[in-house]
Design a protein around this ligand. Structure first.
Ligand SMILES: Nc1ncnc2c1ncn2[C@@H]1O[C@H](COP(=O)(O)OP(=O)(O)OP(=O)(O)O)[C@@H](O)[C@H]1O
Ligand SMILES: C[C@@](O)(CCOP(=O)(O)OP(=O)(O)O)CC(=O)O
Length: 395
């Protein structure tokens, strides 16, 4: 007996950041957070999971390389939770195929660099849990599944939905109320787009997991953020999204990114995620916004910038970036430039002195994308495993 499912899941980039856990094994956060789900047409994880009586053990291949499952506590937790739910279904319905006890092969690929601060753990664990839910035919909604995905990686819980997604921190010790909810679907604000500036695609120095716990232990500023900043900011951000108020959304996004990096600096010893290029992008966007907010930057646990802006501003922002950071590869799959060259003139009144022009290739790649939908189920012929249950493609 063989059962299989293949799905893709998106990344999400937070505009109110998650940073800090109150329970490190259940992955319960010290504050609520909010993100925008970005299109899987540009960035996604893709996962095939097959259950078969022929398999002698559970196995996992990530980007074509076999990895241990047993040494990955987070993956074990996601498997344990979903198998327990399947076992219950089989106990209650004698006609349900017996899948829960079968070994599984998991094959997953990210179409972008893994562990480089591009939220691969978010799309990766969201995809794992969503694919398991399809394989096991679990009657759970996306919020229920988010509780499982959260145990893989906190930010993964928000990738179970498209559009604008809050992770409600919850209060319970068992985490049953620490889940993602959709604030608005992707269709609510189709005008909101993003440019991802890949400053580095190397594995980062301090992982989010380690970094945030050092912040919890040592940063007094984090306590101020948790108690007096985020609760009100969540309300304001939800209102700005509902009203499609870009200047408000943008200001809150930039303030929250700034504060997240301030708590990293307040960590002892300090953690630096941004570099000179990241800071130059902040100065360029700040100057661009001098007479009214037209774009918002945000940075996660790495130097890469994500710039949110209305569609109409994107060509101008792209031309600014390509002026200061020449040589960045650009994938124009959304047709921003319609294959024409980027405009070479800078916006009128733009004070060019805000930043030097950086050497070729300082920004490696610029990706143009937009808010979009949640996980997708793919057809059987899109699977990543061959007839023997091994990856069709190895690294
Ligand atoms: N497709 C996937 N399937 C399963 N697990 C994955 C997948 N992609 C990534 N992961 C897990 O996530 C880890 C990378 O997470 P990490 O938090 O270090 O980087 P990141 O997600 O790129 O950065 P950040 O979360 O700070 O934006 C990988 O080592 C792997 O364990
Ligand atoms: C800066 C962030 O991207 C931190 C993401 O942290 P992770 O979700 O990667 O951490 P773990 O729960 O330990 O896996 C902000 C955010 O996405 O909200």
């Amino acid at each position: 007996m063989t059962f299989e499912a293949t799905c893709t899941a998106p990344v999400n980039i937070a505009v109110v950041k998650y940073w800090g856990k109150r329970d490190t094994s259940l992955i319960l956060p010290t504050n609520s957070s909010l993100s925008v789900t970005l299109s899987q047409d540009q960035l996604h994880s893709k996962t095939t999971i097959r259950a078969s009586a022929d398999f002698v053990s559970d196995r996992l291949w990530l980007n074509g390389i076999e990895e241990s499952i047993t040494s990955n506590k987070r993956l074990v937790a996601c498997l344990r939770e979903t198998r327990a739910l399947r076992t219950k279904i089989e106990a209650e319905d004698a006609s349900a195929p017996k899948l829960a006890h079968l070994n599984i092969h998991i094959c997953s690929e990210n179409n972008f660099p893994t562990a480089a601060g591009l939220a691969s753990s978010a799309s990766g664990y969201a995809c794992l849990v969503y694919t398991l839910s399809k394989l096991f035919q679990l009657p759970l909604d996306a919020s229920d599944l988010s509780i499982v995905a959260r145990q893989g990686s906190g930010s993964a819980c928000r990738s179970l939905f498209g559009g604008f997604v809050a992770w409600e921190m919850g209060e319970r010790a068992d985490g049953a109320d620490s889940k993602a909810v959709q604030i608005a679907p992707e269709t609510h604000w189709p005008d909101l787009q993003a440019l991802i500036c890949v400053v580095s695609d190397e594995k980062k120095g301090t992982s989010s997991t380690e970094g945030m716990q050092l912040t919890v232990k040592t940063s007094p500023l984090l306590q101020e953020r948790i108690k007096n900043v985020v609760p009100q900011r969540m309300d304001e951000m939800i209102a700005a999204i509902k009203d499609k108020d870009f200047p408000k959304f943008a200001e809150l996004t930039m303030r929250d990114s700034n504060q997240f990096h301030a708590v990293c600096l307040d960590t002892y010893p300090p953690i630096f995620y941004m570099n000179d290029i990241s800071r130059a992008i902040i100065r360029i966007i700040t100057e661009y916004n001098r007479d009214g907010i037209k774009a918002a930057y945000t940075y996660d646990a790495g130097p890469n910038a994500v710039i949110y802006a209305p569609a109409a501003n994107m060509a101008e922002i792209y031309s600014l970036l390509s002026h200061y950071f020449p040589g960045a590869a650009f994938d124009d799959s959304l047709g921003l430039l319609n294959n024409a060259a980027a405009p070479t003139t800078l916006p009128t009144n733009f004070d060019q002195r805000v930043s030097p022009v950086f050497p070729q290739g300082s920004v490696k790649q610029i990706l143009h994308t937009k808010a979009d939908d949640g996980p997708r189920v793919l057809a059987a012929d899109q699977g990543l495993l061959n007839a023997e249950g091994l990856p069709k493609r190895l690294a």
